[in-house]
Ligand binder design. Structure first.
Ligand SMILES: Nc1nc2c(ncn2[C@@H]2O[C@H](COP(=O)(O)OP(=O)(O)OP(=O)(O)O)[C@@H](O)[C@H]2O)c(=O)[nH]1
Ligand SMILES: [Mg+2]
Length: 58
């Protein structure tokens, strides 16, 4: 358990050392992927419609 936690902290530390990185959000239909995407980018909750294909934000 502790090793897993340390691995996660190590991964997070290496991510934070980058200027930018890509995040891919995968999940079932209506799982909340678009909601999470907009929450991360704009820090607000938005009403969503089902996504056709895929959506990207910079
Ligand atoms: N109760 C609850 N509802 C949520 C949560 N996150 C999202 N929703 C609702 O779930 C519905 C679907 O959210 P989306 O973000 O559109 O889901 P999605 O995974 O992008 O769906 P698709 O694009 O169709 O694959 C919306 O009505 C959201 O308001 C949550 O944490 N809790
Ligand atoms: Mg969506």
């Amino acid at each position: 358990m502790g090793n897993v936690l340390l691995d996660q902290i190590s991964i997070l530390s290496s991510l934070l050392s980058f200027q930018s990185f890509h995040v891919v959000i995968l999940g079932f239909d209506c799982a909340g992927k678009t909601t999470v995407l907009y929450r991360l980018q704009f820090n607000e909750s938005v009403n969503t419609v089902p996504t056709k294909g895929f959506k990207t934000e910079n």
